[in-house]
Design a protein around this ligand. Structure first.
Ligand code: FAD
Length: 479
């Protein structure tokens, strides 16, 4: 039976204590809501800390050190017999993950809210059943249950067995060779990690290019670097079969008119993730799920208005800071139904931590075309830039997109050294609705990587001036 309206156990019950859930709990409790977080995972910490951004970036950084140490000749340095101890590479990552997870645990346990360990599911619109046996009621709910590895599209793959981003993080030794299925962010980051530690990597991607969400110039750079580093890359494929062949695993796929078979010691499955919502009882309370993700409005409300959802279970972006923002928005809106906030993705950023890194904010050229936005674009290569030449980091480029009518910066892309750091200059500029004229006029220290932005900004500024475009952005909200 549902609880009486005035008699709920909590104002806000949050299912899931990952990035979105923790951020929501902090915000909800801070705004005076009696809040509880219910976390049902085997470990506490959430995906980002336990099996996502933190461990993968720790490993990628180790791979970068390995690569630099193995290729110092350009600076006149000889390094013979550069080697590695894989157990220590993994141990360093494990220690970091444990520290981050312990800290998150402490934040959850010592927060201004209650923290419970249980799996939760709805038994009615205001009541959760807990796997520990109890029930609890709340006025508002936030579903922040994250995502899980998607099921494989081929039953044969399940029979043969494969690594995923979860299990690869627990490897005790490296395979000699690896077939990576997929070409999205997780696939490319792991591909570079493995190839830089000496694994023979073959990538098989269904789309015509890897990282298909990015502009072709960006993915072209990464494909070039991957091929140079020894990754065998097949794009535009259709997966046909998988089987064991002796002590090897074999994958068959269509590539053009041919059927290609490749063998390796192991397969890495990176064909996506799916929202973790199957056992929540959402259908029982009328929450709409579409393409396996929870449908929300921009206020992060589901189709049942007192039930909010945030993070990967909404399936929109699968990015940690977006999960945090969505969690904060949901909790704010539960606390202040009279002045709700909207999620806003104008500054949507995505970063791939390969080397060179791939980073974009705002519009890409493809998304600008798709939305019929009139823009001008200018790029500048790192192969012609002082600081990157000093660093021998000559792959990649920066690109800016500006509004044709106002010069306002609409998007930026950086494929290059520390691209994930450099893109923050454009995030800042876009946050402040700056124009390319303002960015071009901003002082930049020399010689730095960051000053590369002044070239496309200057080019666009000049081109807009000759077209007589005013120097102020039109969409900047009034102060
Ligand atoms: C390999 C990899 C690398 C990544 N790298 C990056 C990166 O570099 N940068 C970036 O921004 N993002 C990255 N991501 C994505 C990022 O990790 C996620 O977007 C983010 O962690 C999602 O947070 P969340 O709160 O939605 O979900 P989670 O952090 O997954 O939290 C969900 C929580 O809900 C719990 N739960 C689930 N069901 C129940 C239930 N019924 N009852 C109670 N509790 C439940 C789970 O145990 C879990 O703790 C990466 C992801 C992967 C897989």
């Amino acid at each position: 039976m549902s609880a009486d309206h005035k008699n709920y156990d909590y104002d806000l019950a949050i299912i899931g204590g990952g990035s979105a859930g923790y951020a929501a709990a902090r915000t909800g409790a801070g705004d005076g809501l009696k809040t509880v977080v219910i976390e049902g995972g085997e470990e506490v910490g959430g995906l980002c800390i336990l099996r996502g951004g933190m461990p993968t970036k720790a490993l990628l950084y180790a791979a970068e050190v390995m690569h630099l140490a193995s290729h110092p000749e350009a600076w006149g340095i000889h390094a013979e017999d550069v080697g590695f101890n894989f157990a220590r590479v993994m141990a360093r990552k494990n220690t970091m993950v444990k520290d981050f997870a312990d800290y998150r645990k402490q934040q959850l346990v010592e927060g201004e809210f209650e923290f419970m360990r249980a799996l939760a599911r709805f038994s009615d619109p205001h009541t959760l059943d807990l796997s520990t046996g109890g029930k609890l009621t709340a006025r508002f709910f936030l579903v922040a249950t994250g995502s899980a590895i998607a099921p494989s599209p081929l039953p044969q793959l399940d029979e043969v067995g494969y690594l995923t981003s979860d299990t690869a993080l627990k490897l005790s030794h490296l395979p000699k060779s690896l077939i990576i299925l997929g070409g999205g962010p997780i696939a490319v980051e792991f591909a570079q990690f493995f190839v830089r530690f000496g694994v023979h990597v073959t990538m098989i991607q269904r789309s015509p290019r890897i990282l298909p969400k990015f502009d072709p110039d960006a993915t072209g750079e990464i494909e070039k670097v991957f091929r140079r580093e020894g990754v065998t890359l097949y794009t535009g494929t259709k997966l046909l079969d998988a089987r064991r062949s002796g002590n090897q695993k074999e994958v068959a796929f269509q590539h053009g008119a041919q059927t290609v078979r490749v063998r390796a010691g192991e397969i890495f499955f990176a064909l996506g993730r799916t929202p973790n919502i199957a056992s929540l009882g959402l259908e029982r309370i009328g929450v709409q799920v579409d393409l396996r993700r929870i449908v929300t409005n921009s206020q992060m409300q589901t189709t049942v208005p007192h039930v909010f959802a945030a993070g990967d279970c909404t399936g929109l972006h699968e990015i940690a800071h977006i999960a945090v923002q969505q969690g904060e928005t949901a909790a704010h809106n539960a606390a202040h139904p009279d002045r709700m906030r909207q999620s806003n993705y104008r500054l949507l950023t995505e970063i791939i931590f390969t080397e060179p890194q791939v980073a974009v904010v705002g519009l890409t050229e493809s998304s600008a075309h798709a939305r019929n936005v009139a823009y001008l674009a200018a790029s500048y290569p790192f192969s012609d830039h002082g600081k990157s030449l000093i660093m021998e980091a000559k792959d990649g480029f920066v690109k800016l997109l500006a509004d044709r009518a106002t010069g306002e910066i609409l998007g930026g892309a950086c494929v290059g050294p520390l691209g994930g750091e450099l893109i923050h200059e454009i995030i800042t500029a876009m946050h402040k609705y700056m124009t390319v004229h303002e960015l071009a006029a901003m002082p930049h220290y020399h010689p730095t990587l960051a000053e590369i932005w002044t070239y496309p900004a200057g080019e666009l500024s000049e081109s807009l001036r000759t077209r007589g475009v005013a120097a102020r952005a039109s969409s900047r909200p009034a102060d």
